[in-house]
Design a protein around this ligand. Sequence first.
Ligand SMILES: [Zn+2]
Length: 257
Amino acid sequence: MDLIDTHCHLNDPAFSAALPEVIARAQAAGVGRFVVPAYDLASLERTAQLAEAYRGIVFPAYGLHPWYIDESFDPEQVRPYLRRADAVAVGEIGLDLSPECPPADLQVRALVSQLDMAAEFNLPVLLHCRKAYDSLYGILKPYQGRLSGVLHSYAGGAEGLARFVALGFYISFSGSVTRSNARKYHRTAAIVPLDRFLLETDAPSIATESMVASAVEPRHVLEVARKIADLRGLPLAEVGRLSTENTLRLFSRIPPA
Ligand SMILES: [Zn+2]
């Protein structure tokens, strides 16, 4: 199996001490490569260093997550990182209208300026979205044809899926879909076009059926793949093959194996 965890935070301080073991365990499970998105200002440099230490294994994305946006946001903080040859995407960026999050107008401004840079650098985007799928769709629509990307750990429901697929976006499944009572995610996985799904863990943030969030590592992408295989009635190897093919199509800077 040649799986890619398309969204994991190996740049999270929680992983720093055990990182070589975490990567070895993932490789032993057939998960050999990782897309690692930055999220706050300090993580930009950490992510670049990680990509240098694990060249060809860790593929970095650079951007600022909506949770970490304030009045001082300046796209020029991100731009130098997008010029790096190792950048495979702009992210993690997005929109989160949960009540505890920064003001929506600040988030939208930061999102739009990072989408503009993604179009400028011809890079796909890694999108976080909570309670904001209609607004996010409205923001993405004008970029149709000049921007692609993925809705990471998609929670927008099967009904909302087609419009994002029509815009050219991919849908990524995390540990959320593995939970036995997660019917909404199961319905989404049952209808997602087979050329538009990706696999991820978002480690260490999202629990799987078998693991609490803090114990989730990239190796658990195999559990996500198994669940998708189950829900689609496909062999696990076929789900692995399709997800890697989709990943390489979206992230054109990741070399084919
Ligand atoms: Zn994330």
